[in-house]
Design a protein around this ligand. Sequence first.
Ligand code: 2HG
Ligand code: ZN
Length: 461
Amino acid sequence: MIPDRALRKLKDLLGPENVLTRRDDLAPFGTDATKLSYMPDAVAFPGNAQDISRILVLANQEDFPVIPRGAGSGKSGGALPVRGGLVITMDRFNRILLIDPENLIAKVETGVITSVLQEEVEKLDLFYPPDPASTKISSIGGNIAENAGGLRAVKYGVTRDYVLGMTAVLPTGEVIKTGVETAKGVVGYDLTRLLVGSEGTLAVITDVTLRLIPKPPSTKTMMALFPTVSAAVETVSGMTRRKIVPTALELLDRLCIDSVREELGMSVPPECGALLLIEVDGEKTITKRDGKRIRDICLESGALGFVAASRKRDADKLWEARRNVSPSVYKLRPDKVSEDIVVPRTRMAEFSSFLDALGRKYELPIAAYGHAGDGNIHVNVLFDKKAPEEADKVERVVRELFRKVLEMKGTISGEHGIGLTKAAYLDMELSRPAIEVMARIKLAFDPKGILNPGKIFPYKV
Ligand code: 2HG
Ligand code: ZN
């Protein structure tokens, strides 16, 4: 609960138009892409780092939780107000401050939508590679909070690889600068790297300096059809063995294909059990050569068909369909849990047989898709929460999945973060001393535990 005097103070600080307290207005800020929902006590729209600093000082004095929120597209519940309190949205932090083609950097406020930045830098023949499937709806700040990956991570790495420095407001109200605006920098502990992926629990990041690279002059998009997921992922291993690193190498299993069949714009025969979407980039001669090598590998590995998109429009359609898999699988059941496990690339075929057996054992549809080039597979367990015989099984399915992934030397989260939905499983992967040292870091930043409580840790820090 936020005391009335604190709410009055907030309205004085930000202006009454920037503080919501009516229940009807609050509900949309209590949910995200997990479809879980919790009611905040109030929502604030700060306009600059000083506003956030004052809010956090007040929260420490009056002891209420503050939950930073980007665009609300999170997949692990990182922005949900699980203990009520004040949600602060970054909507007003929506400016691209600088694109510097000579130093290859951009400076942006963290509420900027990722695809907006991508489009702006591409106008100058520059490239911001991190490309989560949600690029059109997620914000740079949210991507940084969760260290988002995405489709191009196989070649270009993840968000953290492009963050050089930032302005961050500490939970105790101090505003700090971390990192650099230069190509390199090693002064002091790497707080930038610590804050990337800290899921809104250590600081509120208000602007960032990002590394850019030159835009690849051309791209080539291809689709290969396979009878089974095993055949498709064996092909992925074949490409890695032959030292081919595409820009994107994405898998869709049969359930996913069925969910976006119309959107693909290319016909996929019913005997197709899996497909790979592949993109390469670079000089035209290179994309042509790599495209041919990839085609040969796919056909040698038993592909049922192989097509290259001849027009940009067709390629865009394929990628759009791929980005829509996550919402489209709801056609199969009204509810799902989305996982983002990673297994060693060489063990994906073994993992896909495990998933088949898991689905049969629990009699639930399990869709598998995503970033096969990284071994990062989205396992979506579909169910109906109104049907207790289905809902009761989901936790067991997830535990069994994580146990197998860890046994295979994988990780339980490759890109969505732990947030709320995976906190109960954190100790499956991390040892007690590792969690304790993280808890001590949290306490060093946030002694009163006011910033985004209830996230990451399986117990109260
Ligand atoms: C994707 O790659 C996203 O489509 C979402 O990371 C995946 O919902 C999911 O499981
Ligand atoms: Zn993904």
